[in-house]
Design a protein around this ligand. Structure first.
Ligand code: SF4
Ligand SMILES: [Zn+2]
Length: 324
């Protein structure tokens, strides 16, 4: 580490908070985003997925790479607010009449954090989820507990929990201020498995303190760890600057934005594990590309690989020399 990044969790919390830019204005009464995407389910059937980005209280953790706090409310939302947000989003384009059979409810933190989503709302939320075969919520592994099977028991369809595993390396998890160990992740995964609840893992591609040449190998090892602990899918998240802390670590040489080739190599190798589905996160993918000539084709290939779960031939590009 070259930066004055602190050594203790408490000091890291303060250091990370001090570098934050402004939060966006987010209403308690409306989800802050909603969109439709296609995603194959565990049987390979391509499903229409409705994603609702819920407005709720900020996550209590302070992970070094996180920028999800930008779209959170300052205070906890009142009972009933999340229910109204979901109901309104489902009744409005693009989700209305989209025919989605899977829904993702992402709240920029942990769904089972009672300060973010009041447990009293679960019954009404489950009723809204009745048209969907599968619902996916996100949660820090240490906040996974009895509330998950409680919600699952109220639902017609199945519940799946998305957990940030991030990196299969305890020392690095500590440096990322994740407040997580691999044993804690394994415990949460086993708990969900015993309750018959599926889970998927978020895996970071090139987090701080990882050299670019080591990034793909670490992410694939992390995906492998997730699959060994029962994950049915992994989402590969290329680490993006934007939260202030990462910009400072960029200047000190402790972080660099991954390039598209690193994400592509990771995607191919994680698929080759054949442990479960692998999704490369393609949001704002252009920031990882250095070549306008091949970017659209490479992004299209990645989308296609996400849908088919098969590696496709790499895109050759004379302009940047990709895959000569
Ligand atoms: S647990 Fe998730 S939402 Fe919370 S700070 Fe960490 S990365 Fe962000
Ligand atoms: Zn190119």
């Amino acid at each position: 580490m070259n930066s004055p990044y602190p050594a203790t969790s408490a000091a890291r919390d303060a250091w990370i908070l001090a570098r934050r830019p402004e939060r966006n204005a987010v209403s308690h009464d409306a989800a802050y985003g909603a969109f439709i995407e296609l995603e194959p389910d565990a049987a390979g059937v391509v499903r229409t997925v409705a994603t609702v980005l819920l407005s709720s209280r900020e996550c209590p953790y302070r992970c070094l790479m996180c920028d999800l706090w930008k779209n959170t409310t300052g205070a906890s939302v009142a009972s009933g607010a999340v229910v109204r947000q979901i109901s309104a989003a489902l009744g409005t384009p693009p989700l209305a009449a989209a025919g989605a059979t899977t829904i993702k409810l992402y709240n920029s933190g942990s769904f089972f954090d009672s300060g973010a989503v009041p447990p009293d709302d679960y019954g009404a939320i489950a009723a809204l989820l009745a048209p969907f075969d599968n619902a996916i919520v996100e949660c820090h592994p240490t906040l996974v507990g009895p509330q998950a099977p409680r919600l699952a028991a109220m639902m017609r369809g199945s519940l799946e929990v998305a957990m940030g595993l991030e990196v299969a390396d305890d020392a690095l998890l500590g440096a990322l201020n994740k407040r997580l160990t691999l044993a804690m992740y394994a415990r949460a995964a086993a708990f969900l498995g015993a309750a018959g609840i599926a889970h998927r893992a978020f895996v970071l591609v090139q987090p701080p303190f990882v050299r670019p040449e080591a990034a793909a190998e670490l992410a694939v090892r992390t995906a492998s760890f997730a699959f060994e602990h029962g994950a049915s899918a992994v989402s590969l998240i290329p680490v993006r600057p934007g939260n202030g802390a990462l910009e400072e670590l960029m200047s000190s040489g402790d972080f660099s934005r991954p390039d598209l080739a690193t994400l592509e190599r990771t995607h191919e190798a994680a698929l080759a594990l054949t442990g479960g589905r692998v999704f490369a996160d393609t949001w704002d993918l252009g920031q990882f590309s250095a070549c306008a000539s091949c970017f659209t084709r490479r992004a299209g290939r990645m989308h296609e690989m996400n849908l088919t779960q098969r590696a496709l031939p790499r895109v050759a590009c004379a302009a940047c020399g990709n895959n000569p």
